[in-house]
Design a protein around this ligand. Structure first.
Ligand SMILES: [Mn+2]
Length: 339
């Protein structure tokens, strides 16, 4: 069972001690980041505290079913700074990952850092960091349990969504017994697993599923089928009327092929940059590969953002992947999950 990390109590003490919180998560927020923010915001409201959920960017359409997602503010659109006496940053390894939100935080503000990335910089006043945790949502569930905080059915549904998504529907290698136990507890607490599954993995708008097919058509197999590379250009998005932030799950497409050790998805951004998602299985450590490209992440799921054209970045990434596979890189670190 779960170890009783002393930072669980410290996290609870910090939540009890202060009154007006900024709650935030990483750029290009994923389901785990957003769900952990929203569940925490509900908890803080229940405890009679103010929670300002402020993110570096907008909520992706796919996650707008999560209760409270309409109350997320984008940092650059804030009309005035909320009065704060503490902040909670979820699912983010360092300050750089919360983008412009960092500039909203007064110097010396107490910060609770809740994260499961192996490269977390322990930037908080209190750091609840566990790379063995499946997700930030699992860690938040532990905080709630260890401190006797209330858990509503809505919070349970939200936390379940984060765990389901970060474990790839309980398929990725971070699908631990603990993650499954927490999921079971959440269902017992009223989480609507069927609704969450349908919202995350069905209910695809037609244009999104058509774009999925377009991306499948770009897949190329290299190195005897051990590497698969696909891409999404701005043109492809335009043609289907899909926005960049709705393509997060596409990162999983290349690794879906049998025999693939490393899946690479290149997404052309609006600013001359290319977003690179790396997924792997077995001993292939994409966290190490991403680090060589200026990025980071987990052992089997990592990423980076590079300047250049899709074709240019493709060459750059493939050089690193090829060299790493040739060297049989499995390297250090164990963390799993999403980038
Ligand atoms: Mn996460």
């Amino acid at each position: 069972m779960m170890s009783q990390d002393p930072s669980l109590k410290a996290a609870g003490d910090l939540l009890r001690q202060y009154h007006s919180f900024l709650v935030s998560s990483h750029i290009r927020v994923d389901c785990d980041g957003l769900a952990s923010e929203l569940a925490l915001a509900e908890l803080l409201a229940t405890l009679g505290k103010a929670a300002h959920v402020v993110n570096p960017g907008p909520v992706p359409r796919a996650f707008r079913f999560l209760p409270g997602s309409d109350r997320v503010t984008v940092a650059d659109e804030l009309t005035r700074r909320p009065a704060l006496d503490a902040a909670v940053i979820l699912d983010s390894p360092d300050w750089g990952r919360i983008g412009t939100v960092a500039s909203l935080l007064p110097r010396g503000l107490p910060v609770l850092n809740i994260d499961h990335h192996p490269d977390n910089a322990f930037f908080g006043t209190v750091n609840l960091v566990d790379p063995q945790a499946s997700s930030a949502c699992e860690l938040l569930w532990r905080v709630i349990g260890a401190n006797g905080f209330p858990l509503s059915a809505t919070m349970a549904t939200t936390l379940y969504a984060g765990i389901l998504s970060d474990t790839g529907r309980f398929c990725f290698s971070n699908t631990s017994a603990e993650a499954l136990e927490v999921a079971a507890e959440l269902v017992r607490a009223g989480a609507d697993a069927v609704a969450v599954g349908a919202h995350l993995y069905e209910h695809f708008p037609e244009e999104l599923l058509r774009l999925w097919a377009d991306v499948v058509a770009t897949l190329e197999l290299l190195l005897d089928g051990r590497v698969a590379v696909g891409f999404v250009t701005r043109d492809m998005l335009r043609r289907r009327g899909v926005s960049q932030e709705d393509t997060q799950d596409f990162a999983e497409i290349p690794r879906m092929l049998a025999g693939v050790h490393v899946g690479v998805l290149l997404r052309e951004m609006d600013d001359g940059m290319v977003n690179v998602s790396l997924r792997s299985r077995g001993s292939a450590n994409v966290s190490a590969m991403a680090a060589r490209l200026g990025g980071g992440g987990h052992y089997h799921a990592a990423g980076t953002v590079l300047a250049g054209t899709v074709a240019g970045v493709r060459e750059q990434v493939l050089a690193v992947v090829t060299e790493a596979l040739a060297a049989g890189v499995s390297a250090d670190g164990e963390g799993e999950g999403k980038e």
